[in-house]
Design a protein around this ligand. Structure first.
Ligand code: F6P
Length: 405
């Protein structure tokens, strides 16, 4: 037995982030010249079976015909994975639900030539899960359904898998992964597994292939240094958004994330016009601008004159200062990090993601990827006519300020 080969078998309900983790593992291993391949049951099903396997009853455990077809697909993939390891492959990743004990016994039975590591994925955040399910309902697979029908059908599919979900018990190697937070919640290792340290690192690291971080275009409030509020873009702000749109024309993104304020939504919509029809604008409350509390709608000059104690205190310690009835950089951290996780989870394996934020919000997003001392974060340069390109993967880290065009 070649001791440097292994199988990774994903497990978990649909929409739990299994395929994203599988792809991350494969990409990172390939980048280090370790031959790895994914064997995805869903892809094989769509290829092998021409008929409609999107309808929920195909997944009903009591549907004998559906169950037989699904088992045939699973066996084919297991055989393909085995052949891959018999040849040049080092790591074969089986991407399927594998929630029933019966299916896992079959997996262990057939994949007996090398160790098997089960990677079970969970995500207990209902809001993000709902958003992820809604995204799945727009996939080409559901083309023939209305959005509501697709949603219902996908939820029913999940319910069928829930029915046959057996907890992991005596599988030799198993890790339980919180796929939203990149955490390992449980770990059982009965064998010494090749590549395990590498795989653990990949699972624990937040990665992003290409994130374009844009600040909304100039607003009428920006012209007079008025903070907060919900102003619209000026003609110059619209032009700034248009040149970003031109610049991002050559990339294709499934989503443009923004904050809930008009200025970020307006900027996102202008950029979206240059993207294909499949691109959606998703406002997330987590990416809203710092809430200046009782100073909302004031200019910096007015704060200096009318509330000098606030003005001074903020200068003393801008990162830790929290506006009365509002926020500070320090208190934005949690929501911003949550927004980043949400955006990354929802964009799944997308090559490119765009986020349109604000001055303070973007400083906090940047500081998530780029180490900066806390006291320096509130002074990071966030212009309206340029954007940050962020790459953060196992093999590459890059953060640069770029001009559109
Ligand atoms: O001035 C624009 C703005 O986005 C305000 O809405 C916000 O209060 C401010 O920037 C945040 O920047 P600073 O922390 O430097 O005041």
């Amino acid at each position: 037995m070649d001791t440097k080969k292994m199988y990774i078998v994903m497990a978990g309900l649909p929409a739990m982030g299994k395929s994203t983790i599988a792809a991350r593992i494969k990409d990172s291993l390939l980048a280090e010249d370790t031959p790895a391949e994914i064997f995805n049951n869903g892809d094989l099903r769509r290829w092998m079976i021409q008929g409609n396997t999107t309808r929920a009853d195909f997944y009903d455990p009591d549907n004998k015909e559906g169950a037989a077809l699904r088992e045939k697909i699973a066996r084919t993939n297991l055989e393909n994975a085995k052949t891959f390891l018999q040849e040049e492959g080092k790591i074969a990743i089986l991407d399927a639900t594998n929630v029933s004990r019966q299916r896992r016994l079959l997996v262990q039975d057939l994949l007996c030539d090398h160790p098997v590591l089960f990677v079970e994925c969970v995500n207990n955040d209902q809001e993000i899960l709902d958003a992820s399910i809604a995204r799945k309902a727009t996939l080409p697979e559901f083309r023939r359904f209305s959005f509501d029908q697709a949603l219902k059908s996908f939820q029913q599919r999940i319910a069928y898998y829930q029915k046959i979900y057996d907890p992991f018990s005596d599988e030799r190697n198993h890790i339980l992964v919180d796929s939203l937070n990149n955490k390992i919640l449980k770990m059982t290792l009965g064998d010494s597994l090749p590549y395990f340290d590498q795989i653990r690192d990949i699972v624990l690291t937040t990665t992003v292939s290409n994130l374009y971080l844009v600040r909304h275009g100039q607003t009428h409030d920006n012209l007079v240094n008025r903070i907060g509020g919900d102003a619209r873009l000026t003609p110059q702000g619209i032009d700034q958004a248009k040149s970003m749109a031109e610049c991002f024309r050559s990339i294709s993104t499934p989503y443009i994330f923004c904050g809930p304020k008009i200025r970020t939504i307006q900027t996102a919509q202008i950029i979206r016009k240059r993207q294909g029809l499949d691109c959606g604008v998703v406002p997330l409350p987590e990416f809203s601008e710092i809430d200046a509390g009782i100073c909302e709608g004031m200019t910096y000059q007015e704060i200096k004159q009318d509330k000098p104690e606030i003005y001074q205190a903020r200068i003393q310690d801008k990162y830790y200062y929290v506006y009365p009835e509002g926020e500070g950089y320090v208190s934005m951290k949690e929501r911003i990090n949550r927004g980043i996780k949400k955006a990354l989870f929802l964009s799944a394996r997308a090559e490119h993601i765009i986020i349109i934020g604000h001055q303070a919000a973007n400083r906090m997003i940047l500081s998530h990827f780029l180490y900066r001392r806390e006291q320096d974060v509130p002074y990071i340069y966030v212009p309206q006519n340029r954007y940050y390109h962020i790459v953060s993967t196992q093999i590459k880290r890059l953060i640069e300020l770029r001009e559109p065009g």
